[in-house]
Ligand binder design. Structure first.
Ligand code: NAD
Length: 533
């Protein structure tokens, strides 16, 4: 651990060959796995299509009964899941428990309480011109869906979309990241919990396997990962017209006004920026602080970051749930973070605390950088590591302009004692999620839809929107009458004039619109009845 750990080369490959999965804290190989060949990719879809027929015929409550088995499993096997995740990601045990296990349990709980409501046929209003017909919406399964996930939350970003797709009635083909495949874990969970067999097909491999999965024409793709890969996937999906849901990168701002509780905001910035070693798509990456409290905030956050326990500060003491920060997962990401720190230093930024990678290990110190500007990568590019930059602002307009000065739009937070002002600023930030006087809080509520804007992607999952994203939203209109419609053939000049009058009565008739409509409507009905068509 620490100084002596040497980063191994990228374990994955696109050649259909062997992937070495290593422990990022120790650098030791854990196991090897062989990427799936094309035939195995095809077989996964054959099995998924067969399973889909069974799942779509199940009621929502039958699907929820399957989820209850998973809930029991996760409750009884928290430590096992945490240990597997820690071994492959290098994160702290507490990060694994809260971000990987808690989130899954909470989503199951949410679906148990709400999924039947969200998926029940929905009666909607029928306009007067269509009276006395009835209208409703069905939420129906769409077919096997493909879920592709990154390495930063390998359980959370597997199970949350998988459960959502399954509850909506779909079989799932799932490809984990080649960096954190957690080989066999999902299969073990399905077997040991008694969850429906064949509902989830796990396919192992890198991006080439991902491409071959897309060629199997899933009904929908839910992708979580980099903006670069999201664009590639969308291009490939376009050839088959497969709808995509893209959850991509972020460069999230935290806006702190001078009436905020500075100590609480600094505490939140420390957690929101360093959680999961900064490898969270909604990490606090850019803190914008109003000038009056800037110095106080920087001093406070510097002190807090300096106190965090890391693999380095613990000097080999094992994590029993009491280590704050783990190590970074992927070596290429470590290189990228170090490059951003060096770039900022070279351009005149000040490192308030941290700023170093420990030897050649995956351990990067929790880092606070000030005196930054838009010439620096740490301000303009996604960092995805334990680095927070702080900038000063004066007015509300400055805060909004600086918060929006990014190509990303995933999440943000606004801090002020004046919650009306915080809300007003939140409304003006181009983003998918805003927490007021908290950080990363929207994600903690499974009822809130989650997703991004701009280069952070599009589509929403969680809440009712998530279930509907995996549904064919079918509109139904039921006509119980035997009359001919007034607007059907044959057309005539007289009918044209009456139809025009009818539109005036309905949409411009004022409070007496119904009285104005009736004589015209009756004439039109008479014409429809008499027509010899
Ligand atoms: P990545 O895009 O390199 O890989 C993600 C997954 O996509 C992997 O399974 C990979 O094998 C696969 N993949 C890559 N290219 C592909 C292609 N052309 N076709 C099919 N599959 C392909 O991302 P990563 O490095 O694993 O993850 C880090 C990124 O994920 C960061 O940018 C982070 O912000 C983002 N992320 C976003 C969210 C969100 O909810 N918005 C959540 C977590 C992570």
């Amino acid at each position: 651990m620490g100084e002596t750990t040497v980063i191994k080369p990228h374990p994955g490959s696109d050649s259909g060959s062997v992937i070495d999965v290593t422990n990022p804290q120790t650098g030791e190989k854990i196991y090897s796995l062989t990427e799936f060949a094309t035939a195995e990719v095809e077989e996964a879809f054959v099995r998924a299509r067969a399973a889909h027929e069974t799942i779509k015929a199940m009621s929502v409550s039958q699907r929820l009964a399957e989820l209850a088995k998973l809930k029991r499993y996760f409750l009884d096997n928290k430590d096992h899941v945490v240990n597997r995740v820690v071994e492959e990601t290098g994160k702290s045990k507490m990060d694994a428990l809260t971000s990987e296990v808690f989130t899954i349990l909470d989503m199951i709980d949410y679906y148990e309480k709400n999924a039947e409501d969200h998926l029940r046929p929905l009666k909607v209003k029928t306009p007067v011109i269509l009276m006395p017909k009835k209208s409703k919406i069905y939420y129906e399964p769409i077919g096997p869906v493909l879920i592709i996930s990154p390495w930063n939350y390998p359980m959370n970003l597997a199970w949350l979309p998988i459960l959502t797709a399954f509850v909506a009635g779909n079989a799932v083909v799932f490809k984990p990241s080649e960096w954190t495949p957690l080989k066999g874990l999902i299969e073990d969970i399905v077997r040991d919990s008694g969850f429906m067999k064949e509902a989830i097909q796990v396919v192992y491999g890198g991006k080439d396997v991902g491409r071959r999965l897309i060629d199997q024409k899933p009904a929908r793709i839910m992708f979580t990962g980099s903006t670069r890969a999201g664009k590639e996937i969308m291009k490939q999906a376009a050839d088959h017209l497969i709808p995509v849901e893209l959850e991509l990168g972020g460069k999230d701002p935290m806006v702190i006004f001078d009436d905020a509780n500075v100590d609480r905001a600094a505490h939140a910035a420390a957690w929101g920026g360093i959680l999961n070693c900064g490898q969270t798509c909604t990490s606090v990456e850019r803190v914008l602080v109003q000038d009056k409290v800037y110095d106080e905030f920087v001093a406070n956050l510097t002190g807090k970051l300096g106190k965090l326990s890391t693999v380095q500060t613990r000097e080999g003491v094992p994590d029993e749930g009491d280590m704050d920060v783990g190590v970074m997962t992927a070596p290429f990401q470590v290189e990228k973070v170090v490059e951003q720190i060096e770039d900022a230093k070279a351009k005149g930024a000040t490192i308030q605390v941290g700023g170093e990678r420990v030897g050649q290990s995956h351990c990067v110190q929790p880092t606070l950088i000030t005196d930054v500007d838009n010439t620096m990568k740490v301000v303009t590019e996604e960092t995805f590591g334990p680095v927070i930059s702080v900038q000063k602002f004066s007015t509300e307009d400055d805060a909004i302009r600086m918060a929006n000065d990014t190509e990303y739009g995933l999440s943000a937070s606004v801090w002020s004692a004046d919650t009306d002002r915080a809300d007003r600023i939140g409304r003006n930030i181009e983003t998918g999620n805003v927490s007021i006087n908290n950080v990363l809080a929207t994600q903690a509520n499974s009822a809130l839809p989650y997703g991004g804007t701009k280069e952070s992607g599009f589509g929403r999952y969680k809440g009712p929107h998530g279930l509907h994203a995996f549904s064919n939203i079918k509109s139904v209109l039921i006509d119980g009458t035997s009359q001919r419609e007034i607007f059907w053939y044959p057309y005539s000049k007289e009918k044209y004039v009456l139809m025009s009058k009818m539109l005036d009565a309905i949409y411009d008739g004022g409070p007496l619109w119904l009285l104005k409509l009736l004589p015209t409507a009756l004439k039109l009905q008479g014409m429809a009845k008499k027509s010899g068509f």
